[in-house]
Design a protein around this ligand. Structure first.
Ligand SMILES: C[S@@+](CC[C@H](N)C(=O)[O-])C[C@H]1O[C@@H](n2cnc3c(N)ncnc32)[C@H](O)[C@@H]1O
Length: 220
Protein backbone atom coordinates (compact mmCIF):
# COMPACT_ATOMS: atom_id res chain seq x y z
CA UNK A 1 0.00 0.00 0.00
CA UNK A 2 1.43 3.36 -1.08
CA UNK A 3 2.10 5.61 1.94
CA UNK A 4 -0.31 8.54 2.38
CA UNK A 5 0.85 12.18 2.66
CA UNK A 6 0.57 14.07 5.91
CA UNK A 7 -1.20 17.43 5.89
CA UNK A 8 0.90 20.57 6.52
CA UNK A 9 0.01 20.68 10.23
CA UNK A 10 1.08 17.11 11.00
CA UNK A 11 4.03 17.40 8.62
CA UNK A 12 5.31 20.36 10.65
CA UNK A 13 4.96 18.29 13.85
CA UNK A 14 6.75 15.38 12.14
CA UNK A 15 9.61 17.69 11.13
CA UNK A 16 10.37 18.42 14.79
CA UNK A 17 10.56 14.75 15.84
CA UNK A 18 14.17 13.57 16.17
CA UNK A 19 15.49 11.00 13.75
CA UNK A 20 15.38 7.47 15.24
CA UNK A 21 13.15 8.69 18.06
CA UNK A 22 11.11 6.46 20.29
CA UNK A 23 7.88 8.38 20.02
CA UNK A 24 4.74 8.70 22.14
CA UNK A 25 1.85 10.28 20.25
CA UNK A 26 -0.71 11.38 22.84
CA UNK A 27 -4.26 11.83 21.51
CA UNK A 28 -3.16 9.91 18.42
CA UNK A 29 -6.66 9.22 17.03
CA UNK A 30 -6.12 7.91 13.43
CA UNK A 31 -2.36 7.43 14.20
CA UNK A 32 -1.38 9.09 10.90
CA UNK A 33 1.65 10.76 12.49
CA UNK A 34 3.34 7.68 14.03
CA UNK A 35 2.43 5.43 11.06
CA UNK A 36 3.84 7.96 8.59
CA UNK A 37 7.04 8.43 10.65
CA UNK A 38 7.54 4.66 10.98
CA UNK A 39 6.79 3.84 7.36
CA UNK A 40 9.02 6.60 6.04
CA UNK A 41 11.86 5.18 8.16
CA UNK A 42 12.31 8.26 10.34
CA UNK A 43 11.63 6.63 13.70
CA UNK A 44 12.29 3.25 15.28
CA UNK A 45 9.16 2.66 17.31
CA UNK A 46 6.08 4.40 18.64
CA UNK A 47 3.34 4.30 21.22
CA UNK A 48 0.00 5.68 20.03
CA UNK A 49 -2.15 6.61 23.00
CA UNK A 50 -5.68 7.95 23.22
CA UNK A 51 -8.36 8.50 25.82
CA UNK A 52 -11.00 6.94 23.58
CA UNK A 53 -11.31 3.32 22.44
CA UNK A 54 -12.87 4.36 19.10
CA UNK A 55 -9.99 6.66 18.01
CA UNK A 56 -7.52 4.00 19.17
CA UNK A 57 -9.29 1.43 17.02
CA UNK A 58 -9.08 3.78 14.03
CA UNK A 59 -5.33 4.09 14.71
CA UNK A 60 -4.99 0.28 14.77
CA UNK A 61 -6.71 0.13 11.37
CA UNK A 62 -4.27 2.71 9.90
CA UNK A 63 -1.28 0.71 11.22
CA UNK A 64 -2.72 -2.52 9.80
CA UNK A 65 -3.56 -0.98 6.43
CA UNK A 66 -0.05 0.40 5.90
CA UNK A 67 1.75 -2.51 7.57
CA UNK A 68 3.31 -0.41 10.36
CA UNK A 69 4.97 -2.66 12.92
CA UNK A 70 6.74 -1.39 16.06
CA UNK A 71 3.68 0.57 17.10
CA UNK A 72 1.88 -0.13 20.35
CA UNK A 73 -1.61 1.18 21.15
CA UNK A 74 -2.52 2.25 24.67
CA UNK A 75 -5.83 3.43 26.10
CA UNK A 76 -5.90 6.14 28.76
CA UNK A 77 -5.79 9.82 29.58
CA UNK A 78 -2.79 11.96 28.71
CA UNK A 79 0.60 10.65 29.76
CA UNK A 80 -0.82 8.17 32.31
CA UNK A 81 -0.21 5.44 29.69
CA UNK A 82 3.55 6.11 29.48
CA UNK A 83 6.18 5.12 32.05
CA UNK A 84 9.89 5.85 32.31
CA UNK A 85 10.54 2.19 31.32
CA UNK A 86 9.19 3.04 27.85
CA UNK A 87 12.35 5.11 27.24
CA UNK A 88 10.46 7.65 25.17
CA UNK A 89 12.63 10.34 23.55
CA UNK A 90 9.91 12.45 21.87
CA UNK A 91 6.29 13.16 22.81
CA UNK A 92 3.81 14.72 20.40
CA UNK A 93 0.57 16.24 21.70
CA UNK A 94 -1.26 17.71 18.72
CA UNK A 95 -4.73 18.71 17.65
CA UNK A 96 -6.08 19.58 21.11
CA UNK A 97 -6.88 22.82 22.91
CA UNK A 98 -3.97 24.60 24.60
CA UNK A 99 -5.65 24.15 27.99
CA UNK A 100 -5.99 20.38 27.46
CA UNK A 101 -2.29 20.13 26.53
CA UNK A 102 -1.37 22.17 29.64
CA UNK A 103 -3.55 19.89 31.78
CA UNK A 104 -1.90 16.77 30.34
CA UNK A 105 1.60 18.16 31.05
CA UNK A 106 0.63 19.27 34.56
CA UNK A 107 -0.36 15.70 35.50
CA UNK A 108 2.95 14.12 34.45
CA UNK A 109 6.29 13.88 36.25
CA UNK A 110 7.80 12.21 33.20
CA UNK A 111 7.90 15.47 31.23
CA UNK A 112 10.20 17.08 33.82
CA UNK A 113 13.19 15.67 31.96
CA UNK A 114 15.45 18.13 30.10
CA UNK A 115 16.43 15.39 27.64
CA UNK A 116 12.88 14.81 26.43
CA UNK A 117 11.53 16.54 23.30
CA UNK A 118 7.95 17.74 23.57
CA UNK A 119 6.26 18.68 20.31
CA UNK A 120 3.10 20.60 21.07
CA UNK A 121 0.46 21.81 18.62
CA UNK A 122 -2.45 23.62 20.27
CA UNK A 123 -5.59 24.19 18.18
CA UNK A 124 -6.74 27.04 20.44
CA UNK A 125 -5.46 29.14 23.36
CA UNK A 126 -1.80 28.89 22.38
CA UNK A 127 -1.19 31.99 24.54
CA UNK A 128 -2.48 30.21 27.67
CA UNK A 129 -0.29 27.22 26.85
CA UNK A 130 2.84 29.39 26.44
CA UNK A 131 2.09 31.12 29.76
CA UNK A 132 1.67 27.72 31.43
CA UNK A 133 4.90 26.38 29.93
CA UNK A 134 7.09 29.20 31.25
CA UNK A 135 5.37 29.33 34.66
CA UNK A 136 6.09 25.62 35.03
CA UNK A 137 9.73 25.45 34.02
CA UNK A 138 9.47 24.65 30.31
CA UNK A 139 11.25 26.48 27.50
CA UNK A 140 10.35 26.73 23.80
CA UNK A 141 13.41 25.73 21.79
CA UNK A 142 11.88 26.22 18.36
CA UNK A 143 8.52 27.42 17.13
CA UNK A 144 6.89 27.40 13.72
CA UNK A 145 3.71 28.85 12.26
CA UNK A 146 1.75 27.61 9.30
CA UNK A 147 -1.55 28.18 7.57
CA UNK A 148 -3.59 25.57 5.81
CA UNK A 149 -7.09 25.74 4.33
CA UNK A 150 -7.75 29.13 5.92
CA UNK A 151 -6.66 28.05 9.41
CA UNK A 152 -3.57 29.19 11.29
CA UNK A 153 -1.47 26.91 13.47
CA UNK A 154 1.64 26.98 15.61
CA UNK A 155 3.88 24.06 16.54
CA UNK A 156 6.45 24.23 19.36
CA UNK A 157 9.44 22.15 20.28
CA UNK A 158 9.64 22.36 24.07
CA UNK A 159 12.00 21.08 26.76
CA UNK A 160 11.93 21.18 30.53
CA UNK A 161 14.52 23.54 32.01
CA UNK A 162 13.24 23.78 35.58
CA UNK A 163 13.46 27.58 35.41
CA UNK A 164 10.07 29.13 36.16
CA UNK A 165 9.37 32.46 34.47
CA UNK A 166 6.49 34.85 34.13
CA UNK A 167 6.20 35.99 30.50
CA UNK A 168 4.54 39.04 28.94
CA UNK A 169 1.23 39.02 27.03
CA UNK A 170 3.14 39.75 23.83
CA UNK A 171 5.46 36.78 24.37
CA UNK A 172 2.44 34.54 25.01
CA UNK A 173 1.33 35.32 21.45
CA UNK A 174 4.67 35.59 19.61
CA UNK A 175 6.66 33.02 21.58
CA UNK A 176 9.82 32.03 19.72
CA UNK A 177 8.40 32.54 16.21
CA UNK A 178 10.85 33.90 13.67
CA UNK A 179 9.16 37.11 12.51
CA UNK A 180 11.26 37.26 9.36
CA UNK A 181 9.25 34.23 8.13
CA UNK A 182 6.09 34.95 6.15
CA UNK A 183 4.04 32.25 7.91
CA UNK A 184 4.91 33.75 11.32
CA UNK A 185 3.75 37.19 10.19
CA UNK A 186 0.48 35.73 8.88
CA UNK A 187 -0.03 33.97 12.21
CA UNK A 188 0.56 37.14 14.25
CA UNK A 189 -1.65 39.15 11.88
CA UNK A 190 -4.44 36.68 12.57
CA UNK A 191 -4.02 37.34 16.33
CA UNK A 192 -4.04 41.08 15.59
CA UNK A 193 -7.37 40.74 13.74
CA UNK A 194 -8.87 38.75 16.64
CA UNK A 195 -7.67 41.37 19.13
CA UNK A 196 -9.05 44.23 17.02
CA UNK A 197 -12.50 42.71 17.43
CA UNK A 198 -12.07 42.33 21.19
CA UNK A 199 -10.14 45.47 22.08
CA UNK A 200 -12.82 48.16 21.85
CA UNK A 201 -12.79 49.94 25.21
CA UNK A 202 -10.21 47.54 26.63
CA UNK A 203 -7.01 49.51 27.28
CA UNK A 204 -4.73 46.53 27.97
CA UNK A 205 -5.88 44.81 24.76
CA UNK A 206 -5.19 48.05 22.85
CA UNK A 207 -1.65 48.23 24.30
CA UNK A 208 -1.06 44.62 23.34
CA UNK A 209 -2.32 45.33 19.82
CA UNK A 210 0.02 48.29 19.42
CA UNK A 211 3.01 46.25 20.64
CA UNK A 212 2.23 43.45 18.20
CA UNK A 213 1.77 45.88 15.29
CA UNK A 214 5.10 47.59 15.97
CA UNK A 215 6.93 44.25 16.28
CA UNK A 216 5.62 43.23 12.85
CA UNK A 217 6.50 46.62 11.33
CA UNK A 218 10.02 46.59 12.82
CA UNK A 219 10.84 43.15 11.36
CA UNK A 220 9.49 43.89 7.88
C1 LIG B 1 -8.63 16.09 17.06
S1 LIG B 1 -7.87 14.61 17.52
C2 LIG B 1 -6.19 14.94 17.10
C3 LIG B 1 -5.55 13.75 16.46
C4 LIG B 1 -4.08 13.95 16.07
N1 LIG B 1 -3.24 14.11 17.23
C5 LIG B 1 -3.94 15.14 15.15
O1 LIG B 1 -3.36 16.16 15.58
O2 LIG B 1 -4.42 15.07 14.01
C6 LIG B 1 -7.80 14.71 19.30
C7 LIG B 1 -7.65 13.33 19.94
O3 LIG B 1 -7.22 13.54 21.27
C8 LIG B 1 -7.88 12.61 22.10
N2 LIG B 1 -7.83 13.16 23.47
C9 LIG B 1 -8.53 14.21 23.97
N3 LIG B 1 -8.20 14.41 25.26
C10 LIG B 1 -7.26 13.47 25.57
C11 LIG B 1 -6.52 13.14 26.73
N4 LIG B 1 -6.68 13.84 27.86
N5 LIG B 1 -5.66 12.12 26.69
C12 LIG B 1 -5.47 11.39 25.55
N6 LIG B 1 -6.15 11.65 24.42
C13 LIG B 1 -7.03 12.67 24.43
C14 LIG B 1 -9.26 12.46 21.49
O4 LIG B 1 -9.87 11.26 21.85
C15 LIG B 1 -8.94 12.54 19.99
O5 LIG B 1 -8.75 11.26 19.45
Amino acid sequence: MKLFSLDERLLTCAGLVQKSARLADIGSDHAYLPVWLLKSGRIESAIASDIGEKPLQSGRLTAEKYGARNIEFRLGSGLSTISSDDNITDIVIAGMGGEVIADILSHSELVKNPGLNLILQPMTRSDDLIGFLYENGFDIKEQKALSSKGRYYTVMLVRYSGKRLSVSSVFKIVGKLDLTEEESVKYINKHIRNLENKSRGDESAKRLLNELRSMINEKN
